[in-house]
Structures are given as structure tokens and as C-alpha cells.
Design a protein around this ligand. Structure first.
Ligand SMILES: Cc1cc2nc3c(=O)[nH]c(=O)nc-3n(C[C@H](O)[C@H](O)[C@H](O)COP(=O)(O)OP(=O)(O)OC[C@H]3O[C@@H](n4cnc5c(N)ncnc54)[C@H](O)[C@@H]3O)c2cc1C
Ligand code: SF4
Length: 462
């Protein structure tokens, strides 16, 4: 009999093989494995896992349905709370959320809730099961800006409540970071992202791409001339930050956003596409978050030797532990407690190296993490021909600067009520990275849900 304290292991591509391809790393559970893993769940009365889920999925009930082999029922239970289960099952930081609170985790390994969610969503897609739709339309119109997780969730929930919803998306493809940021090997685009976008459309949501709100049309025009009763802004935080060190404008230095967008959205990794991308021989990725791991693992797959340069130690790496583990398995070199001082440039203006200094950890700073301080006299150079900056992003001020009465804070994030998404402008709601700054898929979805509720309350009382 299987050890109930241990998870059913999930199959993955061999690291030596996957380092050279863009196919998905994790292969997921099959039916038998999913049912066996689901049988580890204790179906707790006071289920702590639900408290850890930002969109409050009824985890005990969906897992119980999986245990019984009732996968369609499991899908509909998840669908009551989440519009993007195949995405969340793959990229949510479950270890800090549902699985981090799972009672099974006290004595053994927590139930693999994320892998079960992924299994259910993939099974539903393979079997042509769609989410339940609204029966009656209520005659009111809502505009949603941005087709990322926040916008898709808000739009889906409003459509289920009977609203006519249209999403305006700046790029040529819906999905937000799911489409342009997270690489294929973690989140397959046509199999997962496009399929979940289609599910949202099947609820009656219309998506118009290539419309930049603030340029093509403004929020005020949507409310006055276009007759929308309310607007939700889910425009994300896509503006990259740089260090401001010498040499940063050299050829061969780019933001992780640019590098990943070329590769993911514009398919630079496929030979049949003409998108230009710099495939370095030796690449430095500066930063330690999920975005840095994605950029590093992408550069590796394009054929480079890759160094991740991060100023704190491994314990402080903000990326998910699973991503760091996968990156190491694939051969990424981690230069920890290291900070860039200058990018070295050759006579033609191209990167030829990166000058760094060793760091050590001092007293805790405002974030509670120990502050990295330079070790005097420890400067050294690493030979690289490409530098990818992955230092975080902030919201683009285009919408806030063109919308009368919409206030932002000093980080250019839109000010919105956490419970309802209500902004300082009447009839305008916001959520996701545009409000919090760069965060996570599930938090953006939670904000989209809260705003859908807030908009429904507002329009029901108008
Ligand atoms: C490389 C990368 C890896 C990540 N990995 C993870 C992970 O593993 N797990 C996790 O939980 N989170 C991860 N994140 C974070 C997560 O993806 C984001 O927090 C989440 O996508 C935010 O959702 P959103 O809907 O607020 O914004 P976005 O996903 O950014 O979507 C916003 C959308 O709005 C559009 N838009 C912007 N301005 C306008 C405009 N003026 N008019 C019309 N449309 C506009 C954009 O084109 C975009 O499509 C990652 C982020 C990146 C960049
Ligand atoms: S806390 Fe863990 S064991 Fe309890 S219901 Fe949730 S998943 Fe099952």
C-alpha cells in the first residue's frame, strides 16, 4: 500500500533532454495517479486549504470528486470560483497558499492540490466540457481593459451575472503575462492559455485586440460616447525597471519583458518565425524572481551558458522553490550574493562582460529580509555577451494619465479598494498588477472577482 504521508510523484521531462526543448517540463497526473493522490485528502470540515486560496475554491469537494472519478463534477466545482484552472494548476505558488495550509502537510507532504486542479482542467478540455453560462442577460454593458488574468476573471464573472462584456486588449493576443511572459515550457500557449481564453469567450465575453486604451480611445470616452455603464482596468504592470548602472544602454542589454515577449508571444524560438532575438553565448540574468528564472531557462534553451546574478542568498530568492530547483537541474549557474556595478562594453558598443561585487547579508531592512551590503575590495568580472535585466516592473502610466479623476499612488499604481476594486473615479474599477504592482496570477484573479462583485453591486443600485 502506498505511503499516505507522501505525494504521488508527478512525471517530468528529463532535465538533460528538456534543457534543449520548449516542451512542457511537468507532464502532470494521469487518471489513476490523480485518483490516488486525491484519496490522500482528509476532506477536513474546517478546510485550511480553502483559507489559503485567494479565490476560495471549494478544494475538499473538488478533490473528493476526483477521488470518486467524477471529473466533470470536479471541474464545475472549481469553475464556481476560478476561470483559469489549467493556468492556476500550473503557475500558482501553491506551496505558500492552499498546499501551505493543508492539514496533511503537518505530518507528511501536503495534498498536491495544484497538480489535481491541473489534471481536472486538462481532462475537461480533452472531453470538451465548458463552464456553465448565464441564462439571462441584464441589458447592462461593462468594458474591461486588459485580457490578463484580472481582466479575464472579471469579464467571466460579469458575463455569468448577465452583463454584456467587452475586453479591450492592447496586444494582438489575449492572455496578458500568461501569453507574453511565462514561457511555453511552463505554460503551453495553445493547449492551455488559448483554451482558457476560449472558455471565457464561451461565457459570452467579446475580446477586441490591438486597442490601446489611452491612445485609441480613453476611459472617459468608453463611459460617455460608447455607453458603457462601468469600466474595469486590469492593465497589469508591464513597464520594466533598470539599475541605472554604467553600460546599461549597450547593445546586448535588454529587459526580461522584451526578451520573453519576443520568444513567447512572437515565437522567436521556432525556426519558422522571423522574430529577431539575441541568442547569447554567455548570458547574465540579473534578478532572482520568477521572471528571472523564466528568462534564464529560456536563454539556456536557446543555447547559452546562463548566470543568474542575485544580490542576496538562496534563502531570499523570491522565485518559487520549484522554479529554482528546475533551473538548477537544467544547468543554470547561480551567482548569489553578487551585485552588478557596471556593464562592460566593447569598442562597437556591444556588451563584453559584467563587473560585479560580492555581497554579504547585514541587518534586516524594511521588508524584514537581511540587507545585502558590499564586501570591500571584492569586485570581479564575468565574461558575458548578453545581459537580461529582471528587476521588476511597474504599471504603465498611460491609462492613469489620460483618465480624469483616476488617482494613483507614488509607485504609479491605481488606487482601488481591495474589497470592491472601486477607484477614485465613479463607475471605474481596477485590480491586479495595475493596482498592486507586479504580483501573482491568483491575486490578479482574486482582484478581478472582487471587482466583478463591486461592479454588480454598483450597477444593481444605480
Ligand atoms: C515572466 C513572468 C513570469 C511569471 N510567473 C508567475 C508564476 O509562475 N506564478 C504567478 O502566480 N505569477 C507569475 N507572474 C506574475 C503574473 O503573471 C502577474 O501577476 C499577472 O499576470 C497579473 O495579471 P494582470 O491581469 O493584472 O496583468 P497582465 O497579465 O499584465 O495583463 C494585463 C493586460 O493588459 C494589457 N494592457 C496594458 N495596457 C493596456 C492598455 N492601455 N489598453 C489595453 N490593454 C492594455 C496588456 O497588454 C496585458 O495583456 C509572472 C510574471 C512574469 C512577467
Ligand atoms: S486541508 Fe488538505 S487534507 Fe484538508 S481538505 Fe484541504 S486538501 Fe484535503
Amino acid at each position: 500500500m502506498a505511503d499516505v504521508l507522501k505525494r504521488v510523484p508527478v512525471r517530468e521531462q528529463d532535465p538533460a533532454v528538456r534543457a534543449h526543448n520548449f516542451d512542457e517540463v511537468c507532464l502532470g497526473y494521469n487518471k489513476e495517479e490523480a485518483m490516488e493522490e486525491a484519496s490522500r485528502c482528509l476532506h477536513c470540515k474546517n478546510a485550511k486549504c480553502v483559507q489559503g486560496c485567494p479565490v476560495s475554491i471549494n478544494i475538499p469537494d473538488f478533490v473528493a470528486a476526483v477521488k470518486e472519478g467524477e471529473f466533470e463534477k470536479a471541474y464545475q466545482v472549481i469553475g464556481q470560483s476560478s476561470a483559469l484552472p489549467a493556468v492556476c494548476g500550473r503557475v500558482c505558488p501553491q506551496e505558500n497558499q492552499c498546499e501551505g495550509k493543508c492539514i496533511r502537510g503537518i505530518k507528511g507532504e501536503p495534498v498536491s492540490i495544484g497538480k489535481l486542479e491541473r489534471f481536472v482542467a486538462d481532462w475537461a478540455k480533452e472531453n470538451g466540457i465548458k463552464p456553465e453560462t448565464a441564462k439571462v442577460k441584464n441589458g447592462k454593458k461593462v468594458a474591461v481593459i486588459g485580457a490578463g488574468p484580472a481582466g479575464l476573471t472579471c469579464a467571466g464573472d460579469l458575463a455569468k451575472l448577465g452583463y454584456e462584456v467587452k475586453i479591450f486588449e492592447a496586444l494582438h493576443k489575449a492572455g496578458g503575462v500568461l501569453a507574453y511572459g511565462i514561457p511555453e515550457f511552463r505554460l503551453p500557449k495553445s493547449k492551455v492559455v488559448d483554451a482558457e481564453v476560449e472558455n471565457v469567450k464561451s461565457l459570452g465575453v467579446e475580446i477586441e485586440t490591438n486597442v490601446i486604451i489611452g491612445k485609441s480611445i480613453t476611459v472617459d470616452e468608453l463611459l460617455t460616447e460608447e455607453g458603457y455603464d462601468a469600466v474595469f482596468i486590469g492593465s497589469g504592470a508591464g513597464l520594466p525597471m533598470f539599475m541605472g548602472i554604467p553600460g546599461e544602454t549597450a547593445n546586448g542589454v535588454m529587459s526580461a519583458n522584451e526578451f520573453l515577449t519576443r520568444n513567447n508571444l512572437m515565437k522567436a524560438y521556432l525556426d519558422e518565425y522571423d522574430t529577431p532575438i539575441r541568442k547569447g553565448q554567455k548570458v547574465a540574468v540579473v534578478g532572482g524572481g520568477n521572471v528571472a528564472m523564466d528568462a534564464a531557462r529560456t536563454a539556456l534553451r536557446l543555447g547559452a551558458e546562463v548566470h543568474v546574478i542575485y544580490r542576496r542568498s538562496e534563502a531570499e530568492l523570491p522565485a518559487r522553490a520549484e522554479e529554482v530547483h528546475h533551473a538548477k537541474e537544467e544547468g543554470i549557474i547561480f551567482d548569489l550574493l553578487t551585485n552588478p556595478k557596471e556593464i562592460l562594453v566593447d569598442e562597437n558598443g556591444w556588451v563584453k562582460g559584467i563587473r560585479c561585487i560580492r555581497m554579504e547579508l547585514g541587518e534586516p531592512d524594511a521588508s524584514g529580509r537581511r540587507r545585502p551590503v558590499e564586501v570591500p575590495g571584492s569586485v570581479f568580472d564575468i565574461d558575458v555577451d548578453t545581459v537580461i535585466m529582471s528587476l521588476g516592473t511597474s504599471p504603465n502610466p498611460l491609462i492613469s494619465s489620460t483618465t480624469y479623476g483616476l488617482d494613483v499612488n507614488k509607485r504609479k499604481c491605481i488606487i482601488a479598494d481591495e474589497e470592491t476594486g472601486k477607484t477614485t473615479k465613479d463607475g471605474v474599477y481596477a485590480g491586479g498588477d495595475a493596482v498592486t504592482g507586479a504580483a501573482t496570477v491568483i491575486l490578479a484573479m482574486g482582484a478581478g472577482k472582487a471587482a466583478a462583485k463591486g461592479i454588480h453591486e454598483y450597477l444593481s443600485n444605480k
